[in-house]
Design a protein. Structure first.
Length: 533
């Protein structure tokens, strides 16, 4: 507490407030600097300094503000009203209004307690809206997102200086259209809920080419949700109907295969309502607040792990999309969440096998048969290839094995023919793969953590297109050499590895995806707990 009090008094004594003459500093004409800090504080100023001393952000702000009340007088009343309105709208952001309840502060006099109470609420609201309610890494260590929130004292200063404090508070939320679409969806409720009174769809497995009266009911229910599908023969399950079913499935988080099976029919009949939709949207809003400082209008690569897709976005518009394979659900293979910058496109990459894979998977095989995994070289610390008959693999453990393993560039290389590097502590990157068949699966969580790209050459062309008129030729000149080459991206391209199980598409429709790693539940529980703090 005394540290905070010293901070508040020091700030009071060293910050100039031109609008309040008694708070200005004595200045030496000869030196042009403050000759001495002010020491003649009033009892009211000292009381406020002492009250906010235990709260560093408030101590810093009020010290700079001259220990003047922020919520007193006519302008203070306007600020109170603006703050009250913002708190009332907190549920539209997925935040419980109870999080901002006023709490008693023992030892603080009544009027002063009211001032400090409002200031504490304001500081909490500012913090929540500019970086999220919870700290990502405390929820799950694999959420490695760096939240860059502005200093709270600076935001409080801007709030105090604003002629329209209500607009100031409203402007704090992420400005990305996706955030507004998620808010609207949360307020609207379940927009995929079928109206009552429609005929039920008979249970079955309805697919293209089938003809039945049950398909009339299927069309009626899709039509009620806005999936209008004109048809010459409404009893026929034609290609247009299959497309509409796939769009509906994608909206509600079912595999978009275009086949009306038991899960799809159950949802359309209202037998299995989407109780998790609101939770997914609340979590998505929080994740957007974590990214609030990122420029999502600038050109970037967006990899949504639960969607199994990667996009290049420019000025809010998708210019490229491809399927991806992400880390499997095993805890030590899950793809982490973080943002970085892609710095290099690397044709003909060598695969430096991660040590965890080397000692857990390959060392036991080598101990059983020194010629196992023959497509990999065993190399020493200097990168020299060591003949296997010179190594007694049996004498080593996972902790003592002194060698690395590496695969030469080739079409059979585990990284395929190209990788995309954004240096990071977790050795995560995007890359090609020889196992192309996995991209045909609806669920694509199979890797050790890195992201395999379905159309890697096209991704390379798009990334290189900013720095050359012929990115295809630039890429293939390097590829055709057959040896590893590093093509530097100028400028580097931001990449965001994100985890949204609910996110709007280009039309604003909220698409749902499976919570493949179970992270949403942990984030939602943390948000709920924060609402009770």
């Amino acid at each position: 507490m005394w540290h905070g009090l010293v901070l508040a008094v020091f700030a009071l004594s060293t910050f100039t407030q031109p609008a309040v003459a008694q708070h200005s500093l004595a200045v030496s004409p000869a030196m042009g600097v403050a000759s001495a800090p002010r020491l003649d504080f009033s009892a009211e100023e000292m009381a406020l300094a002492q009250a906010v001393a235990p709260i560093p952000d408030l101590a810093s702000f009020y010290g700079a503000y001259g220990q003047r009340p922020l919520f007193d007088g006519p302008q203070g009343a306007l600020r109170r009203q603006a703050l009250a309105g913002a708190i009332a709208r907190a549920p539209s952001h997925g935040i419980a209004a109870e999080r901002y309840g006023v709490r008693s502060m023992p030892g603080v006099p009544g009027p002063l307690a009211d001032e400090v109470g409002h200031a504490r609420i304001l500081a909490r609201y500012l913090r929540d809206m500019t970086g999220g309610v919870v700290s990502p890494s405390t929820v799950d260590p694999l959420i490695r997102r760096e939240v860059r929130r502005p200093p709270i004292p600076d935001l409080m200063r801007d709030f105090a200086a604003s002629d329209d404090p209500a607009s100031f508070l409203e402007g704090l939320q992420p400005r990305h259209p996706a955030y507004r679409a998620l808010q609207q969806a949360l307020s609207a409720g379940d927009d995929a809920r079928v109206p009552a009174g429609l005929p039920r769809i008979l249970e079955g497995l309805w697919r293209t080419g089938m003809r039945d009266d049950a398909i009339l009911a299927l069309r009626a229910r899709l039509d009620s949700l806005g999936f209008v599908v004109p048809a010459a023969d409404p009893r026929l399950y034609d290609a247009a109907l299959a497309d509409a079913v796939a769009q509906y499935q994608g909206t509600v988080g079912l595999p978009p295969d275009g086949i009306a099976g038991p899960r799809t029919i159950g949802r359309l009949n209202g037998d299995t309502p989407d109780d998790d939709r609101a939770r997914a949207i609340i979590v998505a809003l929080e994740r957007m607040r974590w990214m609030g400082a990122d420029d999502l209008e600038a050109r970037h690569v967006w990899v949504n792990i639960p969607e199994f897709s990667a996009r290049i976005m420019e000025n809010g518009t998708e210019v490229f999309r491809t399927r991806v394979v992400v880390g499997s659900a095993e805890r030590d293979r899950q793809t982490p969440e973080f943002s970085d910058e892609i710095e290099y496109v690397v044709p003909n990459p060598r695969w430096n096998v991660p040590r965890s894979i080397t000692v857990k998977e390959y060392l036991p095989q080598l101990q059983a048969n020194r010629h196992a995994v023959s497509h990999l070289d065993v190399v020493d610390g200097n990168g020299n290839v060591i003949a296997r008959d010179r190594i007694d693999f049996g004498r080593y453990t996972a902790a003592t094995f002194p060698y690395r393993m590496r695969q030469k560039p080739s079409e059979d290389n585990a990284l395929g023919l190209v990788k995309f590097i954004f240096p990071n502590p977790w050795n995560i990157y995007l890359h090609d793969t020889p196992t192309k068949h996995l991209f045909q699966n609806a669920s694509r969580a199979y890797s050790h953590g890195c992201i395999r790209i379905g159309d890697p050459f096209d991704l390379a062309y798009n990334l290189l297109s900013i720095q050359t008129d012929d990115p295809r030729a630039m890429f293939h000149r390097a590829l055709d050499r057959g040896s590893e080459a590093w093509l530097k991206l100028t400028p580097a391209v931001p990449v965001h590895l994100v985890y949204f199980t609910a996110f709007p598409d280009a039309t604003g429709t909220i698409r749902r995806f499976d919570d493949v790693y179970g992270r949403d539940a942990a984030v939602y529980d943390a948000i709920r707990q924060a609402g009770l703090d």
